[in-house]
Design a protein around this ligand. Structure first.
Ligand code: SF4
Ligand code: SF4
Length: 734
């Protein structure tokens, strides 16, 4: 496409009074931009018409809006042209720097230069539309989350294949005698909702149910998965567009909590066993079949304990209150004791908790259960320390119930490190746990990457159902501890995400966080050395390999994070609108004042997901920060190619700051491992800089979030101060 670039400079929002607009026009003209205009109402109807007129009459097809931040007026400037670029003069320059000032003006001119250069280097992406897209969803797991996801997807008009390992649908909830209150006054037990939901899926003609079945293999990619299911020795294959994983949890193995006596004393049972006993009638002692006359519940039996389950399972407190009510309803003479670390009954469950507290037959106290001993008649003595009554107590009971926690199905298997990662490596981004659940045909492993607790990695704040495999959405307790209403809400969200993925893939668009992006990675394969860096470092398993180790890219698995672009030592991976060359040339276009002017120059490579918005917010709040920085937004700091750093430093840039999202176990990186990879790669740059006799501190990475916007001026000042200690870059002027 032959580009005709038009630069449109807005003079409203104080831009016209704070900057020398004539000078900005000259900058653009000097770069041979054919159409350069200013307008005082660019985001208004008249301004848009003004640009549209040039599109229609002058043939402008590459529009640069030099005005407000690209994060605002997105729809307003979404003009019908192949290429649009925004230059942030408002939040990024004049709202964060003094008006009518030489340094502010230099900053604006650099941004205009970089914007034009970016446009000159960019090509319009061509979306890879999937013509034969499969508009059906595979739901793995027939418990509350799976059933809800299947129902919701079917109601939205999508066919569903629901695969359950057990003979019956419903999972653990189908075994419940009653469910905890979900309706006002939130004090009464209810009939389990799951029974009605099972009927709904069974009667829905859009839902095909496979019970006693397991997934044997999933090949392909979002929009076009090939699924093989094995049922009682026979296999069946079908296609699916996206996947919801609602495989649920299993109870923790109570025999591992040795001091609580399960498996050793017959009258120590688990909360899961109470449901079965209650469904059969009265709750009896296993040792002699006699009705229990006193029952102790021990909360957090293994949960919130680093030796067992380090997390709260989210349901056991309410379940024990429910069990207390079973017992008291059956026989009001039975005494119930509940020993807890903390009673966790959020939301409306608090009413239920109060109702049980008001029952004189239920004694609740905080305390640490140190152990259980058995007496000759098989009665039990519970020893409690640090109780609320201020002394250690011993309570004799007929029956003890351990409120054990739940383990996600995704945690049940042998842990393996990802390809290319060795034990003891500084960077272990996730583990693969072979659970025989999805059996994906992915180079990076057959299941979903998991963090330390075995959950399939959906813990980052912005995208609750996301996993590290595009098109596969985890829902319900398999992704995080949660109760039934939360699991249903979760499953609805995951079903919608699966639908969204199918529809975006059909249009050749990325899913979030770059939803709507139609670009895709191009590999210049003639120069590929088969080093495997891209396949190993892609956070989303988007690149398989052929038998000769050539990368095999999948466009619908790809999230367009460009982490592969940062990984490739040969620099042969690029996007039409994002490449090593494009950013590298922008870096080179920054004007470097002479050393004696004492105006340092610092490049801030800012992640577009958190860091760039934080800098923008600093501008919006009119926080002033140093005018010596030039901010370049990136898809992820994991996309930083070391060539950019080398280019910048050899041109005389004094320092480079990477602003990325938090990484590590509680990561907030929108591209999962990108931020952490950037840090690892930077540690290698440091060695190179030391060899070049350039201080390694000139390149630094800092983690930030949108909420930290008010810290931006200080972060930048601190870095400038550090650079001041090094003095000017000796390569300045070369
Ligand atoms: S852009 Fe990101 S998701 Fe796509 S192949 Fe590269 S590293 Fe993987
Ligand atoms: S990182 Fe680059 S050179 Fe290495 S396998 Fe991937 S494309 Fe080829």
């Amino acid at each position: 496409m032959e580009k005709k670039i038009g630069v449109y400079i807005c003079t409203d929002c104080e831009i016209g009074s704070a900057l020398d607009i004539d000078q900005l026009r000259k900058v653009a003209k000097k770069m041979k931009v054919p159409v350069v205009k200013e307008n005082s109402l660019l985001c208004m109807k008249e301004g848009i018409e003004f640009i549209k007129n040039d599109i229609d009459q002058e043939g402008v097809n590459a529009v640069i809006i030099a005005a407000c931040s690209p994060r605002v007026n997105y729809d307003t400037f979404n003009l019908d042209v192949p290429l649009i670029e925004r230059v942030n003069l408002r939040e990024g320059v004049i709202w964060s720097h003094p008006p009518d000032d030489e340094d502010t003006q230099m900053m604006a001119e650099d941004y205009v230069r970089m914007g034009i250069l970016k446009m000159q280097k960019m090509e319009a992406p061509e979306p890879h539309k999937i013509e034969d897209i499969v508009r059906s969803i595979l739901v793995v797991g027939g418990g509350i989350a799976g059933i809800t996801a299947a129902n919701e997807a079917a109601m939205a008009g999508y066919d569903v294949s629901l695969v359950e390992r057990d003979e019956l649908l419903g999972g653990w909830l189908a075994k419940l005698h009653k469910q905890a209150p979900t309706k006002p006054p939130y004090t009464d037990l209810e009939e389990p909702l799951i029974k009605g939901l099972i009927k709904e899926v069974q009667q829905n003609s859009r839902i095909k149910i496979y019970t006693s079945s397991k997934i044997e293999k999933i090949e392909g990619a979002p929009g076009l998965y090939d699924v093989t299911v094995r049922t009682n020795g026979t296999t069946e294959s079908f296609k699916s567009g996206a996947i919801v994983l609602g495989a649920g949890v299993v109870p923790y193995d109570a025999t591992k909590i040795t001091h609580l006596g399960f498996g050793q004393y017959p009258n120590v049972i688990t909360n899961y066993m109470v449901e079965e006993l209650a469904s059969k009638g009265q709750i009896m002692r296993p040792s002699d079949g006699k009705p229990a006359k006193s029952v102790a519940f021990i909360q957090c039996a293994g949960q919130r304990d680093e030796e067992h389950l380090p997390y709260c399972s989210a349901t056991c407190c309410v379940e024990s209150l429910k069990h207390a009510k079973y017992i008291r309803n059956q026989d009001p003479s039975v005494k119930v004791y509940i020993f807890y670390k903390d009673m966790r009954t959020p939301g409306h469950y608090e009413h239920f908790y109060k109702a049980i507290q008001n029952d004189p037959g239920v004694f609740l106290t905080k305390g640490d259960v140190k152990g259980i001993t058995e007496e000759e008649d098989k009665n039990l003595v519970v020893e409690v320390e640090n109780s609320l009554i201020g002394e250690d107590i011993q309570v004799g009971v007929d029956l003890v119930v351990l409120a054990i926690g739940a383990v996600p199905v995704t945690a049940l298997g042998e842990e393996k490190l990802p390809p290319g990662v060795n034990p003891g490596d500084a960077f272990i981004p996730y583990v693969m746990i072979e659970t025989d659940t999805l059996n994906l045909d992915y180079r990076q492993g057959g299941e979903l990457p998991a963090l330390s607790k075995g959950y399939p990695d959906s813990n980052f704040i912005c995208f609750p159902y996301e996993t590290r495999r595009t098109g596969i959405y985890a829902a319900g307790p398999v992704r995080s501890p949660m109760d039934m209403p939360s699991a249903m809400e979760d499953a609805t969200g995951a079903a919608l995400k699966a639908i969204q993925c199918i529809e975006l893939a059909s249009r050749g668009e990325a899913v979030h966080p770059r939803a709507g992006d139609t670009s895709s990675a191009d590999f210049f394969m003639q120069k590929c050395t088969q080093c495997k860096r891209c396949t190993e470092e892609c956070p989303f398993g988007a690149i398989n390999e052929d038998e000769k180790s050539n990368p095999l890219y999948s466009v619908t698995r790809c999230r367009r994070c460009a982490v592969c672009l940062g990984a490739c030592p040969e620099r042969i991976i690029s996007f039409k609108n994002y490449s090593v060359d494009m950013i590298g040339t922008m870096v080179k276009k920054i004007e470097i004042p002479d050393e004696d002017e004492e105006k340092p120059r610092v490049i801030v490579f800012a992640c577009e997901n958190d860091a760039y918005p934080a800098i923008d917010l600093a501008g919006l709040h009119r926080l002033n920060y140093t005018p010596f920085v030039r901010v370049i937004p990136l898809r992820c700091v994991g996309s930083v190619n070391l060539a950019w750093i080398a280019d910048a430093l050899s041109k005389g840039i004094d320092g480079i700051l990477l602003l990325g999202c938090q990484h590590g176990e509680d990561y907030q990186c929108h591209m999962a491992t990108g931020s952490h990879l950037a840090e690892i790669r930077l540690s290698k740059v440091a060695e190179t800089l030391d060899r070049l006799k350039l201080e390694s501190g000139r390149v630094q990475m800092t983690q930030t979030s949108i909420a930290d916007y008010y810290k931006i001026p200080q972060i930048l000042d601190d870095f400038l101060e550090k650079l001041d200690g090094f003095g000017p870059n000796p390569y300045k002027g070369f």
